[in-house]
Design a protein around this ligand. Sequence first.
Ligand code: OSB
Ligand code: MG
Length: 369
Amino acid sequence: MRIERIELRVLRLPLVRFFETSFGRISERTFVLVTVEDDGAVGIGECVADESPYYSAETTTTAWHIISEFIGPLVLGRTFTHPAEIFPALDVIRGHNMAKAAVEMAAWDLFARQQALPLASVLGGCRSSIESGASIGIQDSLEQLAERVQVELAAGYRRIKIKIKPGWDVDAVEMVRTRLSGVPLMVDANGAYRLSDVDHLRSLDAFHLLMIEQPLDYDDIRDHAKLQAQMNTSICLDESIHSLRNAEDAIALDACRIINIKPGRVGGHRQAIALHDLALRCDIPVWHGGMLESGIGRAHNIHLSTLPNFRLPGDIAASRRYYAPDLIDPEIVLCPDGTITVPTAAGIGVNLVEERVEAATVGRFQKRI
Ligand code: OSB
Ligand code: MG
């Protein structure tokens, strides 16, 4: 595989519905789409960095800068025998995992298409469908939240995750539990609490949640260990895990019992597989997170989720929960049993609808050797 051309586009797409986390509400997404080409074959990756540096330090603009000025020159014109060689080839660049992942994942798609294999089999996957969960943002009222939960359960989603923050937590969980007692339920705080909130967080133990995701700061491991020692509910880390090394630290310190994997956060498919394997060795279940991706990133996530240690439903939902229409055809749909069927065509198995991509494009960059 020789990368002869790299193209970046910035796309802006409206969300079907606003999405609110502890760090704010958004109604559209602006993101970078990466295409790599070798001898007429193309691969596509989606950068999960957001417009604002709230979930992580990276943004759409930093990703554009790092890919065009640094990653592009390191991969363009180079021959790789396997896409797993890309992440190590970028080692000189510190951080910027989302920028690295977008290019690396495009290369995995290209490689799988050249081999005429679905990406899942190149990644080492072992199933033909994945279990899907719905992530529900902070709403304007508990009534509105109740309605959202009902809609997602009726669609078939196998577990519900609600976003929490101080002032929108125990009441929201209690409402869902009272109305729908048996629902597999979890919460995600996106780092909105401090260890000093331990007594308040412990009150969530009464609701038998599957887990609490990232209650404390985005770069913290030590305080999560102290919190886990005082809570029955399992802690799952998201933001805090961006390398194998800090996953090892978190596991060694018992800072979490579950890990959320997002390839963008750890530098791409190779690092996501390594994290998955590490967790498997340590008997830590993992599940696949989501970053409100369009169909391209969503399809990559589906293929990665076919690995054996993805033991819990992921934040990988149908296209129509986010974008109508999505950039891809066919769109990703939820089966009535709450699963998504893994595409079987070569690569990620979905294709862009050029007119939709063109209409959403607000910037572009291209370089050939
Ligand atoms: O923390 O998992 C998160 C969305 C954007 C940024 C961070 C997160 C999320 C979600 C949504 O929870 C998951 C999805 O459905 O894509
Ligand atoms: Mg999260």
